[in-house]
Design a protein around this ligand. Structure first.
Ligand SMILES: [Zn+2]
Length: 239
């Protein structure tokens, strides 16, 4: 398949900014940004490439503009609108690696499933309150995202959209995501098979190996998730 861009960045928010900055500064050739949100004043403390005058603008457009002005050699394109079940496979198939910098579980699982089905490696980066977590998943092989997190939480599990997050913790998550995406682009498989967590109050950065889960529906034998079925994600607000 023709991978038109080096990196698809899903989410132009607190993690997407440092991730994009790290990728661009490291020489990534092309970046596609997907997001449906608009810049708000309350975003500016952690979405570090936005300025006051960006308030009200499309986030992916404003982020693309900020990157282009700093890195003229970077080919940056934008697809406004959230990633949805009917577009996810198309979106992820465009890239050599996907960086998931979304802020909710439904989008994360949608991206995880779409990347596995399309055969694209993905780096999931999340930050809630003082904790960042980053996991890189190969295009094929094990373990995968669902080996670790199984399924969308049914109860009120905290995510960034509801629980808030410390800005510098987003920076760590984004930097770790960029590091892993660059390694994947370079053909280095060392980032796979572990989850990295950062505790911003305890100054702890930990890497823990992740075991493949027997019976995993996405990567195990007899896997059941082989297509994107919208109702798997739409029961939860995919925002
Ligand atoms: Zn799995």
């Amino acid at each position: 398949m023709n991978r038109a861009v080096d990196v698809l960045l899903v989410g132009a928010g607190g993690i997407g900014h440092p991730a994009a900055l790290g990728l661009a500064a490291a020489g990534t050739g092309s970046l596609l940004i997907v997001d449906d949100d608009q810049v708000e004043l309350s975003n500016l403390h952690r979405q570090i490439l936005f300025r006051d005058e960006d308030v009200g603008r499309s986030k992916p457009e404003a982020l693309a503009g900020a990157l282009s002005s700093r890195f003229p050699a970077l080919a940056v394109t934008v697809l406004p609108g959230r990633i949805l079940p009917d577009t996810a496979l198309d979106r992820v198939s465009r890239a050599r690696v996907v960086v998931d910098a979304t802020d909710n579980f439904a989008s994360r699982f949608l991206i995880a499933d779409a990347c596995r089905i399309a055969g694209v490696p993905v780096v999931h980066a999340a930050a809630v309150k003082w904790r960042a977590t980053v996991i890189a998943v190969p295009a094929e092989g094990r373990p995968c995202y669902r080996c670790l997190f199984e399924d969308i939480p049914r109860e009120d599990a905290p995510d960034c959209a509801t629980a808030g997050v410390a800005g510098p913790v987003c920076g760590v998550a984004g930097a770790l995501a960029a590091d892993r995406a660059m390694r994947i682009l370079a053909g280095d498989a060392s980032a796979f098979g572990s989850i990295v967590t950062y505790d911003g109050r305890g100054d702890r950065l930990r890497e823990v190996r992740v075991a493949a889960r027997p019976g995993c529906p996405l990567c195990g034998e007899g896997r059941t998730i082989t297509t994107i079925t919208p109702d798997r994600y739409e029961a939860y607000d995919c925002s």
